[in-house]
Write a protein that binds this ligand. Structure first.
Ligand code: C2E
Ligand code: CA
Ligand code: CA
Length: 769
């Protein structure tokens, strides 16, 4: 079988065979010498010139073969195709067969023509010697072996048959099995070598592919032998560990490599022990995987895989992106994005861990901080400024020592501080004052500078007695207390607050019931003209007579109704009742109804008022609504629209309690008001304090300048009345002196006649109220 027919044999393997055929020129020379000596000796013995011609023949054929060989040497063998290889194999075959044919012919000539026994013996010996080289030299080409064998044996047999004796014929036939054995041997040798070469060849292909896969994988790979010495390391691992090119890694231990890496700065030098110990755990199978932080903030995950035979395999994966993304997600889940403070859920975790660190502290505390009028900042300066304030506020709070405090923003403007360690109950005061001092003051925002005040609620807890959420509820109650008392900036929770809270909750339920049962009533307080001292209007005030607790002040239940979102039901009732009652007062006396900030945020208020007026057939000019500054602050733009539409209907609009809130003069100018009601706090001291009187007069004048009427509230004495009328120049006066809030049935007594004599004393028929 010719190697050229084996198309499954790759060209490079065939080429190596072809090279072996065309190589070994020395055997060719030895062969030629043997042939020439053989023929030469026979010539000397027989003097037969034919043998000299045979010598010439051998020389010519060998020259031809040598020439062919040198041509093969020059040919571009690297990229030879099967066709080219077939061509060269064919040429070789011709040369080799010619030599064999010549050897056969020498034997034939000696047996059949010369018939010399020396010539026969010598030529046969030379042939047999040469035949041995057929196998040794030409085994790669089955065709060569066969053709050469046939070329040699046929003339020999022919010689024996034509010219030899019977014995010679038999001896000649013995050559046949010899040649067949030779062919078999050559085939066996070739097959064996082919298989070995092909095995090696496919092994090198697999090895090449394995190499390519290994060096192209995105992960680093280090394979260890049974002694935990590195046997394989891919390019990526070399790159990740910053191993210099040409450094011998195979056969080294991981410790040596890590030491090298620490010197190269792959990870901090003092991390060496830690990294080495953790890596050992992976290699010995105690731990499956671990993430190492490398220099330049890279994170590499090492995964160890144990092999049954041999050492472990270590995979190095650069997981920086994953770690960073996880860290970011974790940060987002734990921290408030605006202030960077821990959020509510992470606050709990931090508190727990701080508690665990301080197991023996006697007390801990929780402080809830509320920024006063934060909503006002948001509404007037915009949400951007609000956010900026919260950030700056958080920065100030962040100055607290994180070993003792956990600071968090729970949302909105609610900040919470956990105080991990209090030796005594009273220690909290210094902490609260310190926080108060830290956060109170001027904040420089991009758009403005603002002065910030806060309220704080504090809860203190004996170690192990309550949890954070209980403390929070208590601190909230304390905060509520602090906020509802204008002289208090902070309060510590006391049980009484809890009782108060429960009572409030109870009262809320009962208020709801009172409203649905129409248990609220209306009383009227007269408002008199400063000029005529006659009643010109009455303010409608609601009353609630609790079956057990007696009369409850509207100052208490109105804020509750606002909190509960049911204030508009009270307003609706008050408007309807006040309009119905006023319609009975002869058209000379108006009625004034208080609106809540929540009413004004609701555009239905205009419909509610129109409904009350039409229900009572009351002309709009007899109705006045009283609004407070807080309503305007909440949503100035919307409030102005609602008020304007009411004013357009002919309804009067009074700004109530002027002087208690911001008392911003700009409201007086920009809102569609008809009247200002100056709070009774302006009146309280006017008799004794000249400056108070001046202030009241200033407000009255200013309002008059803006075209607004002025009602002064809270006039209780005749001296106050005189000053309010004469010195302050008020238009209308309201107060206990003129009449306390009274049931509708009593109002009639006041209508149409002066309540007070022109000298300022209360007339007798009114003094009963
Ligand atoms: P306000 O609108 O400023 O009502 C005047 C309050 O001052 C009334 O208290 C009245 O009794 C009291 N007052 C009047 N003259 C004098 C005086 O000479 N001296 C003193 N010390 N007090 C005087 P009241 O009725 O307890 O109402 C308290 C607050 O409750 C009201 O203040 C008002 O803001 C609110 N309110 C009352 N009824 C209603 C209502 O129907 N709707 C709304 N939204 N609020 C109401
Ligand atoms: Ca009022
Ligand atoms: Ca008032």
């Amino acid at each position: 079988m010719a190697i050229g027919r084996r198309t499954d044999i790759p060209e490079d393997v065939r080429l190596s065979f072809m090279r072996s055929l065309y190589g070994h020129r020395t055997t060719l020379w030895f062969g030629l010498i043997a042939h020439l000596v053989g023929c030469g000796v026979i010539f000397l013995k027989t003097r037969d010139v034919a043998y000299l011609w045979f010598c010439v023949g051998f020389c010519v054929v060998t020259s031809g073969r040598l020439f062919d060989m040198s041509r093969f040497d020059r040919a571009r063998t690297e990229a030879m195709t099967h066709e080219q290889l077939n061509h060269w194999e064919g040429r070789y075959l011709i040369g080799a067969s010619f030599v064999c044919l010549l050897l056969g012919l020498v034997c034939f000539y000696s047996t059949y023509v010369a018939r010399d026994s020396f010539a026969e013996l010598t030529s046969l010996a030379v042939l047999m010697g040469s035949v041995a080289s057929i196998v040794g030299r030409n085994y790669p080409s089955a065709a060569a072996v066969l053709l050469m064998s046939i070329s040699a044996i046929v003339p020999v047999l022919l010689g024996f048959f034509l010219g030899g004796t019977r014995f010679q014929m038999v001896a000649g036939l013995l050559l046949v099995p010899y040649f067949l054995t030779n062919i078999q041997m050559a085939n066996g040798l070739r097959r064996f070598l082919f298989e070995a070469i092909m095995g090696k060849h496919s092994l090198s292909i697999v090895a090449g592919r394995f190499d390519a896969a290994l060096n192209n994988m995105p992960q680093g790979l280090i394979m260890f032998d049974g002694d935990k010495k590195i046997s394989v390391i891919n390019d990526r691992a070399i790159e990740m560990l910053r191993i210099a090119e040409g450094t011998r890694i195979q056969g080294r231990s991981i410790e040596t490599v890590l030491r090298y890496c620490s010197l190269q700065g792959v990870f901090p030098h003092n991390d060496f022990r830690n990294v080495s110990a953790r890596m050992d755990e992976i290699l010995s199978g105690l731990r499956k995987r671990d993430i190492f932080q490398f220099a330049n903030n890279r994170y590499v995950e090492c995964i160890g895989n144990q092999r049954e035979d041999g050492g472990p395999v270590l995979i190095l994966d650069d997981v920086t992106q994953r770690v960073e993304a996880e860290a970011q997600i974790q940060h987002m889940a734990r921290y408030d994005s605006l202030t960077g403070l821990p959020n509510r859920s992470y606050f709990d975790t931090m508190v727990r861990s701080l508690k665990a660190q301080n197991p023996k502290v006697p007390y801990s505390g929780l402080i809830v901080i509320d920024i006063n009028h934060f909503k006002h900042v948001n509404d007037t300066l915009g949400h951007h400024a609000g956010d900026e304030l919260l950030r700056l506020f958080a920065v100030r709070l962040g100055e607290l020592d994180s070993k003792c405090f956990v600071v968090s923003r729970f949302g909105g403007d609610e900040f919470v501080v956990y105080v991990a360690k209090l030796d005594h109950h009273d220690d909290i005061e210094a902490i609260v004052l310190h926080i108060l001092d830290t956060v109170t003051g001027i904040y420089k925002l991009e758009a403005a500078q603002i002065l910030v005040h806060v309220n704080m609620g504090v809860a203190i807890c004996e170690a192990g007695k309550c949890n954070v959420s209980d403390m929070h509820i208590r601190a909230d109650l304390a905060l509520y207390e602090a906020k509802s008392n204008e002289h208090k900036k902070w309060a510590i929770f006391e049980e009484a607050m809890d009782v108060k809270y429960r009572n409030r909750q109870r009262l809320k339920g009962e208020l709801r019931k009172a409203i649905t049962d129409c248990a609220l009533t209306v009383v009227y307080q007269p408002i008199v003209s400063a000029h005529s001292l006659r009643v010109v209007a009455c303010e409608a005030l609601s009353r609630w007579e609790h079956p057990e607790l007696g009369a409850i002040s509207p100052a208490e239940y109105i804020p509750l109704a606002e909190e509960m979102g049911i204030i508009s039901e009270i307003t609706r009732f008050m408007l309807r009742q006040a309009c119905l009652d006023c319609a009975q007062w002869g058209g000379e006396v108006g009625v004034s109804v208080n609106l809540s900030a929540i009413d004004l945020a609701n555009t239905n208020i205009t419909l509610m008022i129109a409904d009350a007026l039409s229900n009572a057939k009351l002309p709009p000019h007899l109705l006045e609504v009283e609004v407070t500054e807080s309503a305007i602050i909440n949503d100035g733009y919307n409030t102005a629209l609602v008020l304007q539409s009411l004013k357009n209907e002919g309804i009067n609009i009074a700004l109530d309690d002027f002087g208690t809130g911001y008392s911003s003069l700009s409201y007086l100018n920009s809102l569609p008001l008809t009247k200002v009601k100056v709070d009774r706090s302006f009146v309280r001291n006017i008799v004794e304090d000249r400056r108070s009187l001046m202030l009241l007069r200033g407000v009255t004048h200013l309002s008059h300048e803006l075209g607004l009427g002025v009602t002064v509230e809270g006039v209780e004495t005749e001296e106050q009345l005189a000053l309010v009328r004469i010195a302050a120049g008020a238009d209308l006066i309201q107060g206990y002196l003129m009449g306390k809030p009274m049931p509708v049935a009593s109002v009639r007594d006041y209508i149409g006649r002066p309540i007070i004599s022109s000298s300022g004393s209360v007339l007798p028929h009114h003094s009963s109220t």
